[in-house]
Design a protein around this ligand. Structure first.
Ligand SMILES: Nc1ncnc2c1ncn2[C@@H]1O[C@H](COP(=O)(O)OP(=O)(O)OP(=O)(O)O)[C@@H](O)[C@H]1O
Ligand SMILES: [Mg+2]
Length: 360
């Protein structure tokens, strides 16, 4: 670097102003009380507010829907020693009252261990949302259109199997049974896939009522017992008699538990132990399914709930990778959460847990 270049280097304050002014995404800096200190031109363009209208005002007064209260922010790092920050998709209210979809990342600002304020950057994602919606419509139309020809093929094959197109040999009957079976599976996958898309778009209305987890689990254990026997799986249920009812769509809740239990049996191998437990944890009921299988490796953990994701070891096991995606969509549509962790060594196996709001 030459001497003249060195002298041209902006001072820290000037550099800070330059960055704020030219930052290509919205930037808000708050003081430790949550009042707005900085509001750059990109933030003004997204929200419609002028800088001078918001400086010195509490962020939550200007943007009521955004969680920008700092009072409870005591810690700089989480239990794992990582700096705390939030990365969320949400909406921000434009000055004209419209909701703008945004993606924002926010972090508290600490000096030593004293909270000095917070910084947030955000981006208008209206275009991405429109594209996503367009893609969703296209995919659901495609999936929906596949159902017609499948239904026709399935119907004709069933008639053929019934001998309506002439006598069949035993071998032909076996082949037709297998084909009809496979067609029914594809039809089921399409239905599940369409359900995910509709649920994500908020187009499925859940018919929620008070459901008894004890009852649902009992019925399900009965239903799945043949599969469990084939795998020599020991099923254990630990649900207290006085467990409160949950507010859920019974059919969808059965689907959640079926998928998690099916996986536990399928991936744990012969002779495994699978236990189902429920606990009252205040506003929610916590439900966990533990198995004694291989568990889930660190690299698979972040993707396990993504549609069509399957870990390498599952390639030889029948499945499409859609079960856990539907579990996540259903639980979140009920206002609950779902997660997975591994048992602590030397024990091995996966623990899938979800929460659902109590009915009362
Ligand atoms: N209990 C478990 N133990 C180990 N791995 C699991 C367990 N449950 C799920 N997985 C992993 O997560 C992946 C995704 O599960 P998911 O239920 O979504 O799909 P799948 O079982 O492969 O197919 P299907 O759509 O028929 O359910 C599985 O392929 C497997 O790799
Ligand atoms: Mg599955």
């Amino acid at each position: 670097m030459t001497r003249s270049e060195q002298t041209e280097k902006p001072q820290k304050c000037e550099l800070f102003d330059l960055i704020v002014e030219n930052f290509p995404v919205g930037l808000i800096i708050l003081d430790r009380h949550g009042k707005i200190l900085e509001f750059n031109p990109a933030a003004q363009a997204i929200t419609g507010y002028k800088r001078e209208e918001v400086i010195g005002i509490y962020c939550h007064d200007v943007f009521p829907g955004v969680p920008c209260r700092l009072k409870r922010q005591k810690k700089q790092k989480d239990a794992g020693g990582n700096k705390i920050f939030v990365h969320l998709e949400g909406t921000i209210t434009h000055k004209n009252g419209h909701e703008i979809p945004v993606c924002y990342t926010a972090a508290p600002l600490f000096k030593d261990s004293e909270l000095k304020g917070a910084i947030a950057i955000f981006r208008d994602i209206s275009n991405e949302k429109k594209l996503e919606q367009h893609r969703r419509v296209l995919i659901s139309m495609f999936a929906h259109d596949l159902k017609g020809p499948l239904a026709v093929a399935g119907g004709l094959l069933t008639r053929m199997r019934q001998g309506k197109a002439g006598p069949l040999t035993t071998k032909q009957c076996q082949y037709l049974d297998s084909i009809i079976n496979e067609i029914a599976k594809v039809d089921g996958y399409i239905k599940t896939f369409l359900d995910i898309i509709r649920m994500e778009a908020g187009q499925i209305t859940l018919s929620k009522k008070e459901c008894s987890l004890q009852r649902i689990v009992q019925d399900l254990v009965h239903e799945i017992s043949i599969k469990a026997k084939e795998n020599c799986t020991k099923l254990k249920v630990d649900i207290p008699d006085d467990i409160p009812g949950v507010l859920a769509d019974q059919e969808q809740l059965q689907r959640v538990l079926y998928n998690i239990l099916d996986n536990a049996i399928k991936y744990s191998g012969k002779g495994a132990e699978v236990s189902i437990s429920c606990q009252d944890i205040g506003e929610f009921v916590l439900c966990c399914v533990e198995d004694s299988g291989p568990g889930i490796s660190e690299e698979d953990l972040p993707y396990i709930f993504d549609p069509f994701y399957r870990a390498n070891y599952s390639k030889g096991v029948e499945g499409t990778g859609i079960g856990l995606a539907i579990v996540k969509t259903i639980i979140e549509a009920h206002g609950g959460k779902v997660w997975v962790k591994n048992k602590t060594p030397p024990d091995h196996g996966a623990i899938f847990c979800f929460t659902l709001p109590k009915a009362s």
